[in-house]
Design a protein around this ligand. Structure first.
Ligand code: GLU
Length: 604
């Protein structure tokens, strides 16, 4: 099978094999000698990402004495080079950090913000009053929120890191300058985006050199990004939010760099310099639920990741324990699908930016509320979606009548990226970051080498909750609701698991399914990540991978579940702390071309 993506150095043998033109090798490789593998077991720290180069960047920082936070930023910066359509300086994300000294879990909200000029009707067509077509909204300046990823890196390093920005950006800077070998996944992503990338001078110049995607086996360089990383290394992250680079970001959104004469209507953005200057990554309390003898920590709103994973776990904890048996997984999988069906109804009704709407977070995570929701589950008969939301009002008895009608199923995408790191001191990071769609807004900041996000399309374009208020409409400075769900599980105050995934709203179900596989269905972590997936998000049918349907489809259909087939769901990464310092680092063996797990000292 094709190695997914490697820097030019490891791929020399491949190149000699005739897949591409000779590549100039100009400097030492970024952590050469490692091969891409989805599972690594050992000591002294670990990194798991979707990409070998990114895992190596993190490992290099760990080996140089950096901690889990330093390694996470280094790996994320490398993903900005090799996974530029999923994540980078122009996007946002959420970071969870377990501090081994205090035994506390901290989180950083690096979600993009809406510009001050953005009102609730921003995504309505001014002439018709109807919501804009999603694709038109995506490829526009209008969808661009203030990037939160740079501020997240700075805040994480300042609060918990031990290395300076210049040091952790170094591997990624080298990677951007030297280039990486294009694999079939990256090539296909470029092909899929080629028509919209071709609208913009800057994006076409970087990702369609000579008018075409770099072919499989060719080398994708990004010297502009290398220079941008070097500038940030010298001047600090503040350069993204104030000064010339900030002006260029705002200018790109306000005046999309269309190819002269291109008739495409790229709607102008509302982003201004003052919006960038006002941006802050916010430290928020994590969500926490108790599941079995474990404490499960997640990301609080504006992400719905922690609330929805947490509510679903609470619902499952309320169901008969006999359902959760590895001997016959069908009852557990039925309960799993029903738990997220209900939890998504509540997510849609109640979760938005907590700084702008009242999110009843404590009640959504209250065991009493979960009991009310769990009593609606028929073990032998799936509910019909959309199911209505419940009442997280603090008064819980029996099986109260549902609350009006249910909202629609949230959209999903295969985008985003998620990584986990650990260090020799026992600190742990789970970090999910994104530019939203694959390829974001489609607009590279000219001369800067990174794509701008389209995160503001995560707002609802028009009210979705009938007569009830919609918590996720655009507003000035507001952060759109996310599904990102970096998760850290503690047992007796010590790290036990860390996990995360991309995949839009399916992130929530992927993380939950990995947890159930590991905690209830007798799988080890690599098996829990590899196992076939299904995702129920209060939609009429449940999306499921073919292998899931082959294994469980008939038995679940007999319980009234409806399915639609999808090739792949998510691309998880995870760590398990197996005792006495042993770490099992795991990534996907196959999805999205497979991921890369590495450890500092491999176990023999
Ligand atoms: N924008 C999505 C979210 O925050 C992530 C992008 C994706 O994975 O599709 O939930």
């Amino acid at each position: 099978m094709w190695v997914r993506r490697t820097s030019v150095f490891l791929s020399v043998a491949v190149m000699v094999g005739g897949l591409g033109a000779a590549v100039p090798v100009t400097a030492a490789p970024v952590g050469a000698g490692l091969v891409k593998q989805p599972v690594a077991t050992g000591y002294g720290g670990a990194v798991s990402t979707v990409d070998l180069d990114a895992s190596r960047a993190g490992l290099r920082v760990l080996r140089a004495g950096g901690n889990a936070v330093d390694a996470a930023v280094a790996a994320a910066a490398a993903l900005g080079v090799t996974e530029p359509y999923s994540a980078g300086l122009g996007g946002g994300g959420f970071l969870l950090y377990y501090d081994a000294r205090t035994h506390r879990v901290h989180t950083l909200d690096g979600r993009e913000t809406a510009p001050a000029a953005m009102g609730a009707d921003a995504f309505l067509d001014p002439t018709t009053g109807q919501p804009l077509a999603f694709v038109d909204a995506v490829t526009s300046g209008l969808s661009v929120g203030v990037p939160g990823t740079p501020a997240t890196w700075a805040a994480a390093l300042r609060r918990w890191g031990t290395r300076d920005l210049a040091e952790v950006l170094r591997p990624a800077t080298e990677l951007a300058r030297q280039g990486f070998v294009v694999d079939p996944t990256f090539y296909q992503q470029t092909v899929d985006n080629a028509a919209r990338f071709a609208h913009f001078t800057s994006t076409a110049a970087l990702y369609l050199p000579g008018g075409r995607p770099v072919p499989v086996g060719g080398v994708q360089h990004n010297p502009d990004l290398a220079r941008t990383y070097q500038q940030l290394a010298r001047q600090g992250i503040g350069a993204v939010y104030r000064g010339p680079l900030a002006a260029e970001i705002a200018g790109t959104a306000e005046h999309p760099p269309l190819v002269p004469g291109d008739p495409y209507t790229a709607r102008p953005g509302l982003l201004r310099l003052a919006d960038l200057a006002a941006y802050r990554a916010i430290e928020r309390a994590p969500t926490q639920v108790r599941y079995h003898d474990l404490d499960v920590y997640g990301m609080a709103p504006p992400s719905s990741g922690g609330p929805t994973v947490g509510e679903a776990l609470n619902i499952l904890a309320d169901l008969p324990p006999a359902d959760l048996s590895p001997a016959d997984p069908v009852p557990a999988l039925h309960d799993y699908l029903e738990s997220t069906r209900l939890a998504f109804a509540d997510r849609n009704r109640y979760v938005g930016d907590p700084d702008q709407v009242d999110v009843p977070l404590a009640e959504l995570l209250a065991p009493g509320f979960a009991a009310e929701r769990a009593c609606l589950i028929d073990p032998l008969r799936a509910a019909t979606s959309p199911v209505p939301p419940g009442r997280p009002d603090g008064e819980y008895h029996g099986c109260p009548a549902p609350l009006g009608a249910g909202g629609g199923e949230p959209s999903e995408g295969p985008n985003t990226t998620s990584l986990v790191t650990a260090d020799r001191w026992g600190n742990v990071v789970a970090y999910t970051l994104t530019i939203e769609q694959t390829g974001g807004s489609g607009m590279v900041v000219p001369g800067r080498g990174f794509l701008l996000n389209n995160e503001l399309t995560d707002f609802n374009f028009a009210p979705t909750q009938g007569s009830a208020p919609d918590p996720n409409l655009p507003a000035p400075g507001k952060r759109p609701r996310s599904s990102m769900a970096p998760t850290i599980v503690l047992r007796d105050g010590q790290p036990f698991l860390a996990v995360g995934s991309p995949g839009g709203a399916t992130i929530i179900t992927t993380v939950l399914q990995v947890l159930i596989n590991r905690l209830d269905l007798g799988m080890d972590l690599p098996e829990a990540i590899a196992a076939p997936r299904a995702s129920q998000r209060n939609g009429v049918s449940t999306t499921a991978e073919p292998a899931f349907l082959d294994a469980y489809g008939a038995a679940l259909v007999a319980r009234g579940q409806l399915f639609s087939r999808t090739a792949e769901i998510g691309a998880a990464t995870g760590l398990e702390f197996a005792g006495r310092g042993l770490i099992v680092a795991a990534a996907e063996p196959a999805r999205r071309g497979g991921g890369s797990a590495v450890v500092v000292w491999p176990a023999r």
